[in-house]
Ligand binder design. Structure first.
Ligand code: HEM
Length: 400
């Protein structure tokens, strides 16, 4: 056991998009820090600085083979998906990822873009025909990525509400027994659902990612359990991550002097703005999944022993002042190394090109069609989700 004293990281809910003070202090005082978390067993490490986060996430001595272990964690119940790609190490990991890589490639995403634009245009038409103020989460940032991931995966519209419900349940911090049971049920129900959808595509192939996954099982690239875990992760994350991230982007743009006006006046800035907002938005609350060391590793001047758990914070790394001066400012003209909003190393997100494209379509459409868009309430009255793993507003009352 290492002699470094451990600090308790309580991972309390934070107001709006305020940067986590514990992460800020860790970045400044102890970028490799020994911590305890509210739940699970024992102590672990938290790595926050940009370069060290990149080091840990790309060095194979930090393994993701953690399923079923009694890890220190921020939630009382963690319901990891059996055989999820998040818990597979290379080289097996590359085999599983190869099964979906073509569906989320640059070519696939560019081909999809006109259909994504049509989906959003129809939603914005309805928004503009409806009453003011409207709720941008209910009317746009929730249904839009749901429709997109439905299209990509081949999930019929009638089932979208279920996908949203399962994602909301599974990606919330289950803090008591009832919530844990709800999460277990959602896990089972979504599994049965994707099993049925895979069966339908086996019998009647279509041009969608579920068919791609089914073909990968037929060619022996992945097995049935891997298909189900991948389909669930993509289906649920594909909505949940983009919904919250784009709600947060809109909140930041509408509450920071000058940003919305600049995007309206300079539409060519949108791709750069999306990248800077991805860096700035503190997407994840607390920590995600840890890694375990397969041998003793020195991380800067700290020795991490074999078998110890190590969390990284991509959110903290994206606010590391040594890499991003004035990190708390949203600066569309920032010249800086690549942000880590989608992670780093083998477990890099499956859908960054898709998520980027969705945000570009969203911001370019809303700035073009609703240049006078603004919050309809003082920013302090925007309600925020609590007890969550990914941060985001419950609603965004807005007018134009
Ligand atoms: C703005 C939106 C998104 C953000 C900020 C985001 C962020 C992330 C991050 C940080 C990771 C890596 C965590 C780690 O080190 O384990 C990750 C992994 C993952 N993401 Fe995303 N994501 C987003 C959208 C999406 C979308 C649209 C999809 C589906 C198409 C998706 C599917 C996944 C999957 C399957 C993984 C696991 C990859 C692996 O372990 O190999 N994400 N995401």
């Amino acid at each position: 056991m290492n002699s470094e004293p451990a600090t308790l990281y309580r991972v309390d809910d934070l107001p709006a998009l305020e940067f986590d003070p514990f992460l800020r202090a860790s970045l400044h005082e102890a970028p490799v820090r020994r911590i305890r978390l509210p739940h699970g067993e024992g102590e672990c490490w938290l790595v926050t600085s940009y370069h060290l986060v990149r080091f840990v996430t790309s060095d194979p001595r930090f393994s993701r083979d953690i399923a079923g272990r009694p890890i220190p964690k921020m939630t009382r119940h963690l319901i990891p998906l059996d055989r999820a790609v998040s818990f597979v190490d290379p080289p097996d990991h590359a085999r599983v990822r190869a099964a979906v890589a073509p569906a989320f490639s640059g070519t696939a995403v560019s081909t999809l873009r006109p259909r994504v634009q049509d989906l959003l245009d129809a939603m914005v038409d309805r928004l503009m025909d409806g009453q003011r103020p409207a709720d941008l989460v209910r009317d746009i940032t929730s249904p839009f990525p749901l429709a997109v991931i439905g299209l990509v995966m081949g999930i019929p519209k009638a089932d979208h509400a279920n996908v949203r419900e399962w994602a909301t349940t599974l990606l919330t911090r289950a803090s008591d027994e009832q919530a844990a049971q709800r999460a277990e049920r959602a896990k089972q129900d979504s599994r049965v659902y994707f099993q049925r959808l895979a069966g339908l595509r086996r019998a009647d192939p279509r041009d969608d990612t579920m068919t791609t996954l089914v073909r990968a099982t037929e060619s022996g690239t992945i097995d049935e359990e891997e298909l189900l875990a991948l389909a669930t992760l993509i289906g649920l994350n594909g909505w949940h991550a983009v919904c919250n991230n784009s709600s947060n982007m809109l909140y930041a743009l509408l509450t920071t002097e000058g940003l919305w006006g600049r995007l309206c006046a300079e539409p060519h800035t949108v791709p750069r703005a999306v990248d800077e907002l991805l860096r700035w938005v503190p997407h994840k609350h607390g920590v995600g999944q840890p890694r375990i060391t397969t041998e003793d590793v020195r991380v800067r001047d700290v020795l991490i022993r074999e078998g110890e758990y190590v969390y990284v914070s991509y959110v903290a790394a994206n606010w590391d002042e040594r890499v991003y001066p004035l990190a708390g400012d949203i600066d569309f003209d920032r010249q800086a190394p690549k942000h880590l909003a989608f992670g780093n190393g083998p477990h890099f997100c499956v859908g960054p090109l898709l998520a980027h494209m969705e945000a570009e379509v969203l911001l370019s459409t809303l700035t073009a069609r609703l240049p006078t868009l603004r919050l309809a309430v003082p920013r302090e009255q925007v309600p925020w989700q609590t007890g969550i793993l990914i941060r985001g507003p419950k609603s965004l009352p807005a007018t134009w």
